[in-house]
Design a protein around this ligand. Structure first.
Ligand code: CMP
Length: 378
């Protein structure tokens, strides 16, 4: 309970403390800060450092065993923790100017990403696309060296200050490749300008490639996570359990998971229907004259899809539930590839439809009630 509460508030607390510490460090660089305020801001940064250090030690204490502690310290999050703790003492140790030590707490800004799930995602994306990114990086280095050398060759006589050596020309090359263009150094010869044009275009193409690779890797990683999450859910539905891994993989691609709260109307009677649902957990009730309570593992919403009719009943989540949603286009695709599955769904739909028709017929067969007045006072 306490652990759960701590895990819930720790990120917010850490982010709040980090913000206070960083703001104090930033304010301390202002020339209008007097001695007294400087001491106060140093005090604030020191208190934040002490709190961060205590938090890091507490986290380590809560971990079981030496191995898991070492594994944590070697992870990206652990390294951020270590750097945060070492920052201020290192600052005191290596700086001589008053106030400079506080600049070391800049590493605390990494603590913001430490608490987001995005850090792990980013790390994975970088790892997965590292070959492609490295190829572009080597292309970048090649263009950079070529641009610096050629600029040196064509511009050295007219502008010896800026292009008199390859290291000097490198400044122009990096500013041009990244298309930053400060404009402090510009080629003046025809060949120099032609070179500048090519380098700019090369820079734009390279950054576009880089952005494309990273964006694709992010999208693939998110898709993979979604796939694994849905797979876990599908595995709990008995309807799918007898299928082989290949079939499940086929189906997982077609399903979307959805969480619904208690009381949510999932299906409304009379509406047109284009999705059916598998109940993974929770409970749903079909509101018929004789309500039908559906348990995890059942499906519903199939009748409108298969018979092309409006929804035959309202279905409400009678407990917080997790659903897998299959839309009509995907059901058709499934019917083409796995007709035996859709046959099972259709058989159940026919059974339900017959049951409902029987219930309606027996309700109609009950003689109409005689009005009370006539019955009691002949
Ligand atoms: P549909 O008609 O699309 O929308 C309402 C759903 O309620 C329906 O599909 C079935 O999935 C479900 N349903 C209707 N009648 C019954 C029944 N007798 N037993 C279980 N489920 C039913």
């Amino acid at each position: 309970m306490i652990n759960g509460l701590w895990s819930a508030i720790a990120p917010a607390l850490s982010n709040g403390l980090t913000t206070v510490g960083l703001l104090a460090m930033i304010l301390d660089t202002s020339p209008v800060i007097g001695d007294q305020l400087h001491r106060f801001l140093t005090g604030v940064v020191s208190v934040v450092w002490a709190a961060i250090t205590a938090g890091v030690l507490l986290d380590l204490r809560r971990m079981h065993g030496r191995e898991s502690r070492l594994a944590h310290l070697a992870s990206a999050e652990g390294l951020i923790d270590v750097a945060s703790v070492l920052s201020l003492p290192l600052g005191w140790l290596v700086t001589s100017e008053p106030g400079d030590a506080l600049l070391f707490v800049l590493v605390w800004s990494l603590r913001y990403i430490r608490h987001t799930a995005g850090l792990a995602l980013f790390w994975r994306v970088m790892q997965r696309s590292r070959t492609a990114l490295l190829s572009i990086a080597s292309l970048f280095v090649a263009i950079f060296f070529a641009a610096s050398t050629l600029a040196f060759v064509v511009e050295r006589h007219s502008q010896p200050d800026a292009f008199g050596s390859i290291p000097r020309a490198m400044w122009w090359a990096i500013v041009t490749i990244t298309t930053t263009g400060y404009g402090d150094v510009v080629p003046v010869s025809l060949w120099g300008r032609l070179l500048g044009g090519w380098v700019m275009v090369g820079g734009v193409v390279m950054f576009a490639l880089w952005a494309g690779i990273i964006a694709t890797a992010f999208a693939e990683e998110l898709q993979r996570r979604h796939f694994l999450h849905t797979w876990d859910l599908v595995a709990t539905v008995p309807f799918f359990q007898k299928l082989g891994a290949a079939t499940v993989a086929d189906i997982v691609r077609l399903l979307e998971s959805r969480d619904v709260g208690q009381g949510t109307v999932i299906i409304r009677k009379g509406d047109p229907g284009d999705t059916m649902y598998f109940l993974v957990s929770g409970e749903a009730t079909v509101q018929l004259a004789e309500p039908v309570v559906l348990q995890p593992g059942s499906f519903f919403g199939e009748m409108a899809l298969l018979f092309g009719a409006p929804r035959s009943a309202t279905v409400v989540a009678t407990a917080p539930s997790v659903l897998l949603v299959l839309d009509i286009a995907d059901l058709r695709e499934l019917a083409g590839r796995r007709p035996e599955l859709v046959d099972l769904i259709e058989a159940e739909a026919r059974r339900r439809s017959a049951e409902n028709a029987k219930a309606v017929a027996s309700a109609a067969a009950v003689p109409a009630a005689v009005p009370l007045e006539t019955a009691s006072h002949p």
